[in-house]
Design a binder for this molecule. Structure first.
Ligand code: GLC
Length: 577
C-alpha cells in the first residue's frame, strides 16, 4: 500500500473520482477519418471532441494507435512508444491530451502487454537466435517429446489460440515453437523474466509522464502462465472437433498474476496524482478474483472488465448463439453487484470493439423498437453500481451490419473461424448466420455522423462499409432531438454526475425470476431509487408488479408521459424517498 494514497472507502466524501465517471471508448480506425484514406485517425478524434463534451463523458479510452502491422487492428504492437502514421503523429497525440484536459476530460490509453507484434524489435531479436539475450523475453519451446518439428501434434502444448488453430507456431530457423494465445503475429511476452516487466513499467511511466491518465489493460489476467519448475507447460482438456485443447486453466489468472499487478502498481502508479484510472480486461475472471484485483488496499487495478454477462447468449463457443434469458442476466449482474458491494468496483458495459451491437443482440433493432430498446438497455446498465463504458455509436443506437457474404468480413477472428469451420466440414450457411450475429466487425463499421453517403466518416472509401441504416440513424439527426437515443445517454450521464445514489447507492435486485421485467433499487442514506425496465414487447401493469412504484416521482424515463402500464421496452428511474 502506498502511504501517499491510502485506499478509499466508497463513502460519498471519499469515493474516488471514477465512481461517478462515464468512460467513452474510441476505436480510432472507425471513429472519424480526416485525411480521406478511409481509416479513422487522431485528426478525426480531435475534430469530434465536441460530440464527447456534448455527451458529458469524463474519460476517453483510446484503442491502440501505436505502430502496428494491423494484423489485429493495432492489438499487435510493434513499437510501444510511437504513433502509427496511419493514425497520425506524436504531436497530435499531445494535442489530444491537451484538448481533453482543457475540457475537463481524461485520456486512458490501451495497454497491450500480454503480447507484442512479431514485428516488434524485441521479438525480432528474440527470434534471431536461441542464444539471443532476448530469447527468454518470449515463450520458446522445443517440439513435444519425440515429435519432429512441424509434424501435427508436435506443438509443445495442445492449446488452441483465441483466433482458431494452435497457439504455437514453428520458427523453421531454430526448430522451436513460440507461444501466441492470439494470432501468430502476436507472440506472448514472458512475464517470468524481470527484464520484460521492467521494460514495460518504464514504458508505462513514460506515457504517464507525458500526461495520459491511465490504462485499459488488454487481457491482463493472461500475463502469468502456470509453468512448472522445469519450464514445462501443461496440456488442457480437449476441445471436441478441433484436435486441440483448452489451455485457459494455465493462463487465466495464473499463479503470479496478483504479484505482477502489485509490482506494476508499485513501479508505475504509486506516488502519482490520484486522478488516474486503471481497468483490466479479464476474460474468465471470477467475482472472488475480481474482488482481489480491485480491493484498493491491495493496490492492483481500479476495476476490471468481466465477461460473464456477454457469455450468457453463448453455448460451447461464441459462435454457438443462444437466446438470452433475462433471469440469467439478473442472476449474473446481481451476483457481481453483491460480490463487489463492500470491496472492489464494477465496470459496466454492453458494447465494445469485440462485441456485436447490444441493440441488435439484447434489444430489438426492428424499426418499431430500436430507439426504445436501445434507451431501455442503456438505462438498465447505467443505473447499476459501477463505472459505465459507452462504446462509440452505442449512444446513437447503432446496430449490427447486414453482412450478406463471407467476403465482407475483415476481422481476423471471423476470417479464421470461417476457414476452420469449413475445414471441419460445417455448414457454411449456418456459420455465416452465426458470424452475422456475433462477428466483431459489427462493432467496427464507421460511426454514423450524418446521412451523407459515407456518413460523414470519410471523404474516401471507408475500410469497412458504412451501415446503410445511417441515412436514418446518425448523430446529426439526433443531436437536437430530445427524444433521441443520444439525448437519453446525455441524461443518463448527467444523472450519474448529479446523484451520488446512482454512483454509490447500495444495489438490491427485485423480481429475480421475472422473465421480462428487470427491476432493482439503489439506496444511499435516506434516498431510494427504484429502476424498472421492461426488457421486451409485452406490456405490464406496473402497480401490480411493484406496488411501491405508486406515487413515486419519475426522475428519468425513456418514453413520454409515464402511464399505469409499463410499455414495451419502457424504462423508468423512480425516486421513492
Ligand atoms: C483483447 C482486445 C481484442 C484483441 C485481443 C488480443 O481482447 O480487446 O480486440 O483482439 O485482446 O489483443
Amino acid at each position: 500500500m502506498d502511504p501517499a494514497n491510502p485506499p478509499h472507502p466508497m463513502g460519498t466524501e471519499s469515493a474516488p473520482w471514477w465512481t461517478s465517471a462515464v468512460v467513452y471508448q474510441v476505436y480510432p480506425r472507425s471513429f472519424q477519418d480526416c485525411d480521406g484514406d478511409g481509416i479513422g485517425d487522431l485528426g478525426g478524434v480531435l475534430q469530434r471532441l465536441d460530440h464527447l463534451a456534448d455527451l458529458g463523458v469524463d474519460v476517453l479510452w483510446l484503442s491502440p494507435v501505436y505502430p502496428s502491422p494491423q494484423a489485429d487492428n493495432g492489438y499487435d504492437i510493434s513499437d510501444y512508444e510511437g504513433i502509427d502514421p496511419l493514425f497520425g503523429t506524436q504531436a497530435q497525440l499531445d494535442e489530444l491530451i491537451a484538448a481533453l484536459h482543457g475540457r475537463g476530460m481524461r485520456l486512458v490509453m490501451d495497454l497491450v502487454v500480454n503480447h507484442t507484434s512479431d514485428e516488434h524489435p524485441w521479438f525480432v531479436e528474440s527470434r534471431s537466435s536461441p542464444s539471443s539475450p532476448k530469447r527468454d523475453w518470449y515463450w520458446w519451446r522445443p517440439p513435444r517429446g519425440r515429435f519432429a518439428a512441424g509434424t501435427p501434434g508436435a506443438e509443445p502444448t495442445n492449446w488452441q489460440s483465441a483466433f482458431s488453430g494452435p497457439a504455437w507456431t514453428l520458427d523453421e530457423a531454430s526448430g522451436e515453437y513460440y507461444l501466441h494465445l492470439f494470432t501468430r503475429k502476436q507472440p506472448d511476452l514472458n512475464w517470468e523474466n524481470p527484464e520484460v516487466r521492467q521494460a514495460i513499467y518504464a514504458m508505462m511511466r513514460r506515457w504517464l509522464d507525458r500526461g495520459v491518465d491511465g490504462f485499459r489493460m488488454d487481457v491482463i489476467n493472461m500475463i502469468s502462465k502456470d509453468v512448472a519448475d522445469d519450464g514445462h507447460l501443461h496440456d488442457g482438456p480437449p476441445i471436441p472437433g478441433t484436435g486441440l485443447g483448452d489451455g485457459s486453466a494455465s493462463y487465466i489468472c495464473g499463479p503470479r498474476i496478483h504479484e505482477f499487478l502489485q509490482e506494476m502498481h508499485r513501479e508505475v502508479f504509486s506516488g502519482r496524482d490520484a486522478a488516474l484510472l486503471t481497468v483490466g480486461e479479464m476474460p474468465g475472471v471470477t467475482i472472488e478474483q475480481a474482488k482481489l484485483f480491485t480491493d484498493p488496499a491491495r493496490a492492483e487495478v481500479d476495476m476490471v472488465f468481466q465477461f460473464e454477462h456477454v457469455n450468457l447468449d453463448q453455448g460451447s463457443s461464441k459462435w454457438d448463439v443462444r437466446p438470452l434469458r433475462l433471469r440469467n442476466l439478473k442472476a449474473s449482474f446481481g451476483r457481481w453487484q453483491a460480490g463487489l458491494a463492500d470491496v472492489g468496483w464494477n465496470s459496466l458495459y454492453w458494447d465494445n470493439h469485440d462485441q456485436p451491437r447490444a441493440v441488435s443482440r439484447f434489444g430489438d433493432d426492428s424499426p418499431a423498437f430500436r430507439r426504445d430498446s436501445a434507451t431501455c438497455l442503456a438505462t438498465l446498465l447505467h443505473l447499476h453500481r459501477g463505472t459505465p463504458y459507452v462504446y462509440q455509436g452505442e449512444e446513437l443506437g447503432m446496430a449490427n451490419f447486414p453482412f450478406a457474404s463471407v467476403d465482407e468480413f475483415r476481422d481476423v477472428e471471423s476470417v479464421n473461424h470461417f476457414g476452420a469451420a469449413m475445414v471441419a466440414g460445417q455448414d457454411p450457411t449456418a456459420v455465416l448466420a452465426a458470424m452475422r450475429r456475433m462477428s466483431r466487425d459489427n462493432a467496427r463499421t464507421p460511426v454514423q455522423w450524418d446521412a451523407s453517403p459515407s456518413a460523414g466518416f470519410t471523404t474516401g472509401t471507408s475500410w469497412l462499409p458504412v451501415n446503410p441504416d445511417h441515412v436514418e440513424w446518425n448523430a446529426a439527426a439526433q443531436r437536437d432531438d430530445p427524444t433521441s437515443v443520444l439525448a437519453h445517454y446525455r441524461r443518463l450521464i448527467a444523472l450519474r454526475h448529479e446523484n451520488p445514489v446512482v454512483a454509490l447507492g447500495d444495489f438490491a435486485m427485485l423480481l429475480p425470476e421475472h422473465e421480462h421485467v428487470y427491476a432493482f433499487t439503489r439506496t444511499l442514506d435516506s434516498q431510494v431509487l427504484l429502476v424498472v425496465c421492461n426488457v421486451g414487447a409485452t406490456p405490464y401493469e406496473l402497480s401490480a408488479l411493484l406496488p411501491r412504484a405508486n406515487g413515486a416521482t419519475l426522475l428519468l424515463g425513456n418514453l413520454p408521459d409515464a402511464a399505469a402500464t409499463l410499455r414495451p421496452w419502457e424504462a423508468r428511474v423512480l425516486q421513492l424517498s
